[in-house]
Structures are given as structure tokens and as C-alpha cells.
Design a protein around this ligand. Structure first.
Ligand code: GAL
Length: 423
């Protein structure tokens, strides 16, 4: 993964020493003396394909970690909209779960900088993870020579999901490859009486659509530059992106600000919309809901760009059952754990040793794309931006949804960038 150029000086020996002292001495059984055998796993995977993925992982944990008990700490709400708030207050009160879900990249950096997660470098060595994951991912996860989380997967964000029947009924026979042809297709669906052919939900789902439009209008390199300070948010290309996004919003459902991603997905399943831009957890969710009449394409104009994000798990500072958490983390990083999880979650394994034939059709295609694609990170899902930046972007998009003020959105996004970009 190319977006971070953080110095990745792996001082493994030193890191190992630090880990040993940070994670409790050997005579407390690794549970900090609490005696707990419960492992509270905090996620936002409460339903559908997300829950199915978690269940797969839990089943593997049951086999690998006899004597430890999984406790489900899930807080429902797409993209962690609710979970992240609950987690923040628990961390502040020094009441962490035994492990929590955090996006690899800038979002994880928030927890690292706050001293809320432990260094896992020595465990990476013990579990052979440094060679199991691609070097780009290892580099991305490494901060000052240390690694603080175990990635469960790689998700792709820039995918459009379709209701095949609705699309066919509109006489559309091929996938659009640029914005003009996408808009022409949206018009064709609209002409069939579908008022809002492009289903969408609230703020973060709008940020996802907007990011996809920016990838089209700026190209992969300049898009990545928006998050590392190399691309100016005040440029004419960004203005064009906002205008294109505004045009696309005219094809979306008016109640968008009240909907989560699964509500928008239902519009597609019910034939009330033809398309939805969403990450590939949607493949798993449609499968879990037994809706088979779907297809997908990369967002028009994104070419071979793969907008990635990765769910990873951490050992929080002060976790009650560090030993049990480490067993969970080992399972998350293992070949069996990644298979149990990703075959049900729509994502592809972060490990390089997975066998494509073990996976459903969508993931097989994603695995092939991942190998050859140009990778860009996602702000809506924390690989590109910190949580502060993400919050500012979500609220700017939320405001734009009602006021449609192009200059206002650009100004807000430029201000967020200058406040949050890593200097
Ligand atoms: C993302 C997360 C995915 C999926 C999605 C929708 O942030 O990485 O695993 O859960 O939110 O809730």
C-alpha cells in the first residue's frame, strides 16, 4: 500500500522488549491478575453479512482458544457511527473492551498516539505475521518501528452494486465506464419511473460517493494527495468533483440523511433503486439476505483504482484479559481465521496465502483486482484520515446534502485538511 510514507524502521529487538514489559509480567497469567477468561470483542458488526463474518471468526476462536469465552460487544450502526462514540467514552473512562475493531491507517494512528493500544511487534514475530501479510500492509501498519494491530481483511470501497432486473428493464446492457455514461444510465432508469435510481444513506455514505467521484475527477495520485497534503483542496478539479457529486445527488432518494447503508441497500433489493455505491461488505450482506439478483462494477471513471480499507483488531492498554485477547488476535491473523471471516464478510484476506477457490465469486474477482490495481485509501473508513478529519468531512457532507452549497463544501473540506493533515 502506497499512501503512507512513514518511516518504517523495524527495530524489532527493542520492540519485543517493550512489548514484553507492556503486556504484563509472566506471573500474572497475562490477564493482569484479573483472572478473566472472557474476551469482549468490540465491533459494529451486529447484523447480516457483518455478523456472519464475525460469527465465522468466533467459531474459529472457539476451536483455537479453548477455555476462553467470546463476549459480543457489538454496537450496531454502519461504519461504526455509534460504536466509535461508545468506544471513545469507554477508553476515556479507562474501561476498554478486551479488543476492538479499528481501521488500519490514520484511524489506528489516533489510538496509537493516545497510548490506548499495545505494541504487538513481538507477537507478529511469534505468529509469523510479518511474512504472512504483504509488505505494503506491514509498512502501513508500522509506526516508529512498531505494529499495533492485526488486520482481518482488505475491503474495497469504490464499488457500485446493482439490481440486475431494474438495470435490464431500463435497456442497459453494459457497465458505465465514465461519469457521462453513468448519468445517461441513471436517466434511462429514471425514464422507467424510478424516481431515485441511485440509493444512498446519510453523511458517511455520501462521503464514500464523493470520494469515488474525486478519484474519477482527480485520478488516483492526486486523490491520495488530498490526504497527505500534496493536493490542494481548493483546486478547480475539486470544484468539478463537487459539482459532479451534486449532479449525482439529484438521482438519489430525498430521505437519504435518515438512512443507514442497509436501508439504502434495501431500496436496491426492493427494486426501488438500480444502484448503490458501497463497500464490498454489501456483497456479503446481499448474500446473507438471500438477494441473488445483483451485480457490481467499479465506480465509473475509477479505472483500475482499488480504494482499500482494512479492519484490524488491537490489544487495548489495560485490557482485562490480555492472554485471551492475544489468542483472539492470533486467530484473526491466522490462515483459518481469515478464511472463516472473509468468506462471509465480502472482503478479501489480508494474508497472501489464501486460496481464491475457497471464496465466493465476488471475492475471487476482488482478489484478482487487488493484485494489479492502483491502491488508494479511504477517509470514510479511516485508512486515509484521522477520526477528527473524518468527522469534519462527514459533517461537511451532511450540511451539503441540504444546502447544496458548492463553495461552502469546498471551503469546509479545505479547512478540515489544513487542520488535520499530518504536517
Ligand atoms: C466499515 C468497516 C466494514 C463494514 C462497514 C459498514 O467501516 O470497515 O467492515 O463493517 O464499515 O458497517
Amino acid at each position: 500500500m502506497r499512501f503512507t510514507r512513514r518511516a518504517a524502521i523495524a527495530v524489532v529487538g527493542v520492540a519485543a522488549l517493550l512489548t514484553a514489559s507492556a503486556c504484563g509480567s509472566s506471573d500474572d497469567g497475562g490477564d493482569g491478575g484479573s483472572g478473566s477468561k472472557k474476551v469482549e470483542v468490540f465491533t459494529w458488526w451486529a447484523d447480516g453479512g457483518e455478523k456472519a463474518g464475525l460469527d465465522g471468526l468466533v467459531a474459529q476462536f472457539g476451536k483455537d482458544c479453548a477455555g476462553q469465552e467470546f463476549v459480543n460487544g457489538a454496537v450496531a450502526g454502519g461504519a461504526g457511527a455509534n460504536a466509535k462514540q461508545v468506544l471513545a467514552s469507554r477508553l476515556q473512562q479507562k474501561d476498554p473492551p478486551d479488543t476492538f475493531q479499528a481501521h488500519a491507517g490514520a484511524e489506528l494512528g489516533d489510538y496509537i498516539n493516545a497510548g490506548q493500544v499495545e505494541d504487538l511487534s513481538a507477537d507478529y514475530d511469534t505468529w509469523g505475521l510479518k511474512t504472512a501479510f504483504p509488505q505494503g500492509l506491514i509498512q502501513n501498519l508500522t509506526v516508529d518501528g512498531k505494529i499495533y494491530s492485526v488486520p482481518a481483511n482488505i475491503h474495497r470501497a469504490n464499488v457500485v452494486w446493482t439490481n440486475k432486473k431494474v438495470v435490464a428493464d431500463a435497456g442497459i446492457t453494459s457497465d458505465p465506464t465514465d461519469l457521462a455514461s453513468f448519468i445517461a444510465d441513471l436517466d434511462k432508469v429514471k425514464a422507467k419511473g424510478i424516481a431515485a435510481p441511485l440509493a444512498i444513506g446519510k453523511d458517511w455514505t455520501q462521503l464514500m460517493l464523493f470520494e469515488s467521484v474525486l478519484i474519477t475527477d482527480l485520478g488516483a495520485d492526486k486523490f491520495t494527495g488530498l490526504w497527505n497534503g500534496k493536493t490542494d483542496w481548493n483546486s478547480a478539479e475539486v470544484t468539478k468533483g463537487i459539482n459532479d457529486f451534486k449532479t449525482l445527488l439529484t438521482y438519489t432518494n430525498k430521505d437519504r440523511d435518515a438512512l443507514d447503508w442497509t436501508d439504502a441497500e434495501k431500496l436496491v433489493m426492493d427494486g426501488k433503486a438500480a444502484y448503490q455505491l458501497m463497500g464490498d461488505w454489501e456483497a456479503a450482506d446481499l448474500d446473507a439476505k438471500k438477494f441473488a439478483d445483483y451485480a457490481w462494477f467499479t465506480f465509473p471513471g475509477n479505472g483500475t483504482t482499488f480504494q482499500w480499507l482494512a479492519d484490524s483488531f488491537v490489544l487495548p492498554t489495560g485490557a482485562k484479559n490480555a492472554e485471551g485477547t492475544k489468542c483472539w488476535l492470533k486467530t484473526v491473523g491466522s490462515a483459518d481465521g481469515q478464511k472463516a471471516f472473509n468468506t462471509k464478510k465480502g472482503s478479501i484476506p489480508a494474508r497472501t496465502d489464501a486460496v481464491p477457490a475457497d471464496y465466493p465469486k465476488y471475492q475471487q474477482a476482488a482478489m484478482a483486482d487487488w493484485k494489479s490495481a492502483t491502491q488508494v485509501p479511504s477517509c470514510a473508513h479511516g485508512s486515509a484520515c484521522t477520526q477528527g478529519w473524518q468527522g469534519a468531512a462527514n459533517s461537511a457532507l451532511g450540511a451539503f446534502s441540504s444546502n447544496q452549497d458548492v463553495a461552502g463544501l469546498q471551503k469546509a473540506l479545505a479547512a478540515a485538511a489544513s487542520q488535520f493533515v499530518k504536517k
